[in-house]
Design a protein around this ligand. Structure first.
Ligand code: ADP
Ligand code: MG
Length: 225
């Protein structure tokens, strides 16, 4: 599903190149659900950005679902992301002027019929327990409800890879647990590969597999900056 070989990434800071990530060999199987842990500033979000194709590596190869992401042009990477990756953010990234349902409808695949889209969207709102809130705007929803809507948006088109960057980082602990179970349950049922960054070790323990970033990033730990 995911294969990373010899990948390095640095950022330019005050005229100097600052190495952030160096991963010589890492693989994730289709359908694995992995919690990625590690200290702040250790390159977790950078790794997710490389996998989603919003950033390119300085060197090395990134293969996702048989596609060489490191070789794709920017427009092909945009298309790859739209078709193959569902992204879940800490702060939801819902469009504030649209209702929860409209936020989801916006990314329903174009080749679905109206009927098919309606059935699927109805079904997902029920599945995440948000059926009576679907016509609310984000500001009229709790943070947990906003993240449920964002999960539907990330998952409805069944991308093979779900990337979640601190998806419960702005939720209270009880809601965080509920959201994490929902995400895990959906990805297991739909056989989607899930890679979730979390600094909460209790939440990471809910995952069948945990990877600490320093197991794969060969660079020495730097102070967060
Ligand atoms: P984490 O998600 O583990 O907290 P990040 O991957 O966000 O860490 O960042 C790792 C390091 O790279 C941090 O020191 C951060 O300041 C730096 N960094 C991240 N993105 C950029 C960028 N676009 N430009 C410059 N530095 C960056
Ligand atoms: Mg981060």
């Amino acid at each position: 599903m995911i294969a990373i070989k010899g990948v390095t990434k640095s950022f330019a800071m005050h005229g100097k190149s600052l190495p952030i990530l160096s991963v010589s060999d890492w693989q994730v199987e289709q359908g694995e659900r992995i919690a990625l842990t590690g200290p702040s500033g250790s390159g977790k979000s950078t790794l997710l950005h490389l996998l989603s194709g919003v950033m390119t590596p300085d060197q090395g190869e990134i293969w996702v679902h048989g596609l060489p992401i490191h070789q794709l042009s920017e427009s092909k990477r945009d298309r790859y992301r739209a078709e193959h990756v569902g992204y879940i953010f800490q702060d939801f990234h819902l469009i504030s002027s649209l209702t929860a349902r409209q936020n989801v409808e916006l990314i329903v695949p174009h080749n679905w019929t109206k009927k098919q889209a309606k059935v699927q969207v109805d079904d997902w709102f029920e599945r995440v327990g948000l059926q009576d809130r679907q016509h609310h705007r984000p500001a009229e929803l709790s943070r947990g409800q906003q993240q449920r809507a964002a999960i539907i948006r990330a998952i409805i088109a069944k991308p093979q890879l779900i990337l979640a960057d601190e998806p419960t980082g702005s939720l209270d602990w009880e809601t965080a647990g509920d959201i994490m179970s929902l995400l895990l349950e959906i990805c297991e049922a739909e056989k989607l590969t899930l890679l979730t960054v979390t600094h909460d070790l209790h939440l990471a323990d809910m995952y069948p597999k945990r990877v600490h970033i320093q197991e794969i990033n060969e660079l020495p730990r730097r102070e967060a900056g």
